[in-house]
Each structure stands twice: as C-alpha cells, then as structure tokens.
Design a protein around this ligand. Structure first.
Ligand SMILES: NC(=O)c1ccc[n+]([C@@H]2O[C@H](COP(=O)([O-])OP(=O)(O)OC[C@H]3O[C@@H](n4cnc5c(N)ncnc54)[C@H](O)[C@@H]3O)[C@@H](O)[C@H]2O)c1
Length: 117
C-alpha cells in the first residue's frame, strides 16, 4: 500500500508540476519534505511569509502550480491555553490558501491532524 509520502510524490509527478509553493517549510514535517525533495533543486527559494496574509499568499500562489500546506499552529495543549493563534492560522490561514487555490486553479494538499484538535 502506498504511503502518504508516495501518494504526494505520485500526485506531483502525475500533474506535471513545475512550481510548488510549500508552506510551513521551517516546521518539523515541512522541513523534512524540503530537505528530501526540493532543497537540491537550483530553483529552490525560501520566503518568510504568514499564510494569513491573503495578498502575499495570492502573489506567491500565482507563480506556482500546487500548494502544499504544512503550516499550522500545533500542539493541542497550547491551543487550550491560547486558542486565538490556532483559529487565525489553522482556519483563516488555511482559508487564504484555499482562496488562492480556487483563484489560480491549483491543486491543494494539506496535513490536518492537529487542525481538528
Ligand atoms: N508532527 C506530526 O507527527 C504530525 C502528524 C500528523 C499531522 N501533522 C500535521 O502536519 C502539520 C505540520 O506539523 P509539524 O509537526 O511540522 O508542525 P510544526 O509546528 O513543527 O510546524 C508548523 C510550521 O508552521 C509555521 N506556521 C505557524 N503559523 C504560521 C502562519 N500563520 N504562517 C506561516 N507559517 C506558520 C510554524 O512557524 C512552523 O514552521 C500540522 O498540520 C500537523 O497537525 C503533524
């Protein structure tokens, strides 16, 4: 059976993806994805941006074919102590990525485990 990682790579290859916008690339899972699949690409660039910023996300998205979202506020215990950043990033931030996806007719992939927590 194919793993989540295999499915992701299969989807990227099948859709003949040229440019990928990866969000949360400095995090635990996003950085592993970048290390393994993108870092050696000569066209790789790092941009520090907030996924809640609709205009910036739109700018970045219009030059890419696929958005892969690893950006999130994580750790459920922190969401109990201080929920607002979780709502802002995991709901509104994801919304801004989905809007960009819709507008630019992209493929969108996201991890979601703790967004439901
Ligand atoms: N770590 C796991 O075992 C695991 C398992 C299943 C699913 N997931 C899911 O994978 C995703 C990533 O998890 P992780 O462990 O890499 O988390 P992480 O906390 O290590 O990384 C999240 C990254 O998102 C960034 N981020 C937070 N708010 C942001 C914002 N507003 N704009 C841009 N970037 C922002 C953080 O700076 C960080 O670099 C989460 O949705 C998590 O629920 C994680």
């Amino acid at each position: 059976m194919a793993s989540g990682r295999d499915s992701l790579i299969y989807a990227i290859k099948s859709f003949k993806v040229k440019k990928i916008l990866v969000t949360g690339g400095a995090g635990f899972i996003g950085s592993a994805f970048i290390r393994n699949y993108l870092k050696n690409n000569p066209n790789y660039t790092f941009v520090k941006e907030d996924i809640r910023n609709l205009d910036k996300i739109d700018d970045l998205a219009k030059n890419s074919d696929v958005i892969i979202n690893f950006a999130a506020e994580t750790h459920v215990d922190r969401s109990i102590a201080n929920p607002l950043p979780f709502i802002e990033t995991n709901i509104l931030g994801t919304y801004s990525l989905l809007e960009a996806t819709r507008k630019h007719d992209h493929l969108f992939m996201t991890l979601c485990d703790q967004k439901n927590g």
